[in-house]
Design a protein around this ligand. Structure first.
Ligand code: ADP
Ligand code: MG
Length: 675
């Protein structure tokens, strides 16, 4: 009897060696195998006649095999098998590389679907076959799976069918029956059968709907649990709304978006329930002022507040702006970073513990276990573009739990935000303070590079500053790093000799990075040549021009982030994108950059053009990998979100939903998100 937890090596046709290969696909158990969903489907009925098959096309033909192919060793470890086949319209040579198993399965005179690439010429066509299927035994549709070395789709398909033939209820149902019935979702084992061997398009789409729901439902529940779902009571309550007082002291009035975001936070911090909120706002939208006003409210209510930044430079910058925001109020404000001396640290910590310090600003040094507060009410994290599910947890663990606000400068499309953050509250600053001069963006090809350099020089001569972002360097790759260095050195010694040029790249020590950045902030460095690592959030209003090389290689959101480094002062700013790419996609993306300044719009376009995986560039978002759900599944996501909340309301520990509990633990433990 096999179960979902049965080790895959015990399934007929697997064994130790294949089991190792399957592990690479994340398949350890029979359950994993059944949940290894097809990536797409091969429609065998879409075959072409040999006489009409085009040279260079990859296609399917339906033809009778001449004989079982014979093998010829062409070199060490490489054998090719050749035969021919005909469908009555023409004859075609069949070539199979290095696949004895496939070659020998071909019987003379039998009809097969051959799938592969056509080569040769009009008189003698040839197909290099990547898949074959016995016409008699094959349904018109067959699944194509995500694969690894040594494993092909046919093999996986065979294993799935072996597993399914050994039990009809292998997988446990994780969706509570009443939810499944009210949404008319297919039962799990039926859905699994349909997703692997669809009987019709309708059934396939029903199966998919069910599996997508399940995936998002499990994800949502996990996220909600991760955040400590539900409203958590707190003693930390604001003693009033002091926002107007604060803004009266400032030279500007808040934007409507700022007012709305501040209100949302204040209401929550007055409610007796804990705030755990994301503040999303495009670069320059004024997140720091929102943070300051919340800190003001907290301190006025008798609590301490902490403000955390990802880098030292940003911490110092925040320290300076917070000090200037509060200069007329006489608060005690301290700065704690990795660079703070041991003696200063001791003093700062003592004052924090005694309650003398009202506001502490710093880097991650702030969440060290030896930092104790007398009365912490609010922690604000400026994560810029990182989404730290884990960091949030670290903060929540710190004894007396404060309200938290995480600020992010990456506009995230709403669907994605919901997927990542579950029901985390989100405030959005979708409006820029008035009076900003829009950045002008141009796209040029590399023949005009010298002109761009001259344009930069003109600005440097006027006492302004600029950036050149290097051809996208694979951070960590020595060769490209050397190229970037050489590029910067060339610029410094040739085109920009006589100017002060600094180089910033990902492999520099944090200390050296900070030094260059500080010199740029102070104006000592006029032109900063950088790989992609320009500190997001660094505010140098005097920098007004940015040239981005090979701009087609960047994601739109990344370009938008980079561009956000300029246009921060009173001067007109210019962004020049250099690209020689002529393909439609690149041209389209450059055009979006030229015509749009709205980060949310850009994020949506980015997502549409690149898909969610690429959207983030790497895995730092902490989101478990989705196997079947896509960002376009917005509607199902909403349903999943609603039902996840309901389930947790009734059964917060999932004690009455053991299968579901196991599924959540599996998804999140595998991704090391819990604990
Ligand atoms: P973000 O962190 O969202 O990129 P900042 O908080 O650094 O943006 O704000 C950018 C600049 O705009 C700062 O110099 C800030 O003082 C200023 N600013 C913020 N809010 C307003 C406002 N409502 N009106 C005018 N200027 C503002
Ligand atoms: Mg900022």
């Amino acid at each position: 009897m096999i179960e979902q937890s049965t080790n895959i090596k015990y399934l007929k046709g697997v064994g130790e060696k294949r089991a190792k290969m399957l592990e690479k696909l994340g398949i350890f158990t029979v359950g994993d195998l059944l949940r290894h969903y097809p990536r797409s489907y091969r429609q065998w009925s879409d075959f072409v006649e040999i006489s009409k098959a085009n040279i260079g096309d990859t296609c399917c033909i339906k033809a009778i095999a001449g004989k079982t192919p014979s093998g010829v060793k062409i070199r060490q470890g490489m054998t090719i098998f050749k035969t021919d086949a005909t469908d009555g319209t023409d004859v075609i040579k069949i070539t199979i590389f290095n696949n004895k198993y496939m070659a020998q399965s071909i019987e003379q005179g039998k009809e097969y679907y051959f799938y592969g690439k056509i080569s040769g010429n009009l008189y003698s066509k040839e197909m290099t076959v990547s898949e074959i299927a016995d016409v008699e035994k094959t349904k018109s549709v067959s699944p194509i799976y995500p694969l690894t070395q040594g494993i092909n789709s046919k093999y996986i398909s065979k294993l799935v069918s072996t597993a399914l033939s050994q039990g009809s209820d292998i997988l446990k149902e994780v969706i509570p029956t009443h939810i499944r019935e009210s949404l008319c979702l297919m039962e799990i084992n039926k859905a699994i059968k349909e997703i692997h061997f669809p009987q019709s398009e309708d059934l396939l789409s029903e199966a998919r709907r069910r599996l997508v729901f399940e995936e998002l439902f499990v994800l949502q529940i996990g996220l909600m649990k991760l955040k400590g779902h539900g409203k958590e009571k707190t003693q930390i309550v604001l003693k009033g709304d002091f926002t107007n007082q604060f803004f009266e002291s400032l030279p500007f009035t808040p934007t409507n978006a700022q007012k709305r975001a501040i209100n949302e936070c204040i209401e929550q911090m007055q409610s007796g329930y804990l705030m755990n909120r994301l503040l999303q706002g495009d670069v320059g939208s004024g997140k720091t002022a929102v943070a300051a006003s919340l800190i003001y409210n907290m301190v006025k209510s008798g609590y301490q507040a902490a403000f955390m930044a990802p880098t030292e430079i940003l911490a110092i910058q925040h320290y300076n702006s917070i000090c200037s925001f509060f200069k007329s109020f006489g608060f005690n404000i301290a700065l704690l970073t990795g660079a703070t001396t041991a003696k200063e640290k001791r003093e700062i910590k003592a004052k924090l513990k005694s309650g003398e310090t009202d506001i502490i600003i710093g880097t991650h040094a702030l969440i060290q276990p030896d930092v104790e507060f007398s009365n912490i009410g609010l922690v604000i994290t400026d994560e810029q573009h990182r989404f730290g599910v884990r960091q949030r947890n670290a903060l929540l663990d710190k004894g007396n739990v404060p309200h938290t606000l995480v600020m992010s400068a990456t506009p995230i499309p709403r669907t994605l935000a919901l997927m990542i953050f579950g029901d985390l509250d989100i405030s959005v600053l979708d409006e820029l303070p008035p009076g900003r001069q829009p950045i002008e963006t141009y796209c040029i090809d590399s023949t005009k590079r010298e002109r761009a350099y001259n344009y930069i020089k003109k600005h440097l001569d006027r006492g302004l500053q600029g950036y050149i972002v290097c051809p996208l360097v694979e951070e960590g790759n020595d060769e490209t790093l050397a190229a970037a260095k050489k590029y910067a050195e060339d610029l410094a010694s040739k085109q920009f000799s006589g100017y002060s040029v600094g180089l910033l790249h990902g492999k520099m020590k944090p200390k050296d990075k900070d030094k260059i950045m500080a010199e740029f902030v102070s104006g000592k460095v006029q032109l900063l040549v950088s790989t992609t690592v320009i500190e997001v959030g660094v505010d140098v209003p005097n920098a007004v021009i940015m040239v981005i090389e090979n701009s087609e290689r960047f994601g739109l959101s990344q370009l938008h982030q980079l561009r956000g480094r300029i246009g921060r002062g009173e001067h007109q700013s210019t962004c020049i994108l250099i690209s020689d790419a002529t393909n439609d996609n690149a041209v389209k993306r450059m055009n979006i950059m030229k015509t749009t300044a709205d980060g949310f719009k850009i994020a949506d376009e980015d997502l549409a053009l690149r898909g969610p995986g690429d959207f983030f560039g790497d895995k730092q978002h902490g989101l478990p990998e989705l196997k079947i759900a896509m960002l376009t599944d917005t509607f199902i996501l909403k349903e999943a979100n609603t039902f996840a909340l309901k389930v947790l309301e009734e059964d917060n520990n999932l004690d009455n939903n053991q299968n579901l509990k196991e599924a959540v633990e599996k998804l999140f433990n595998k991704n090391k998100l819990l604990n």
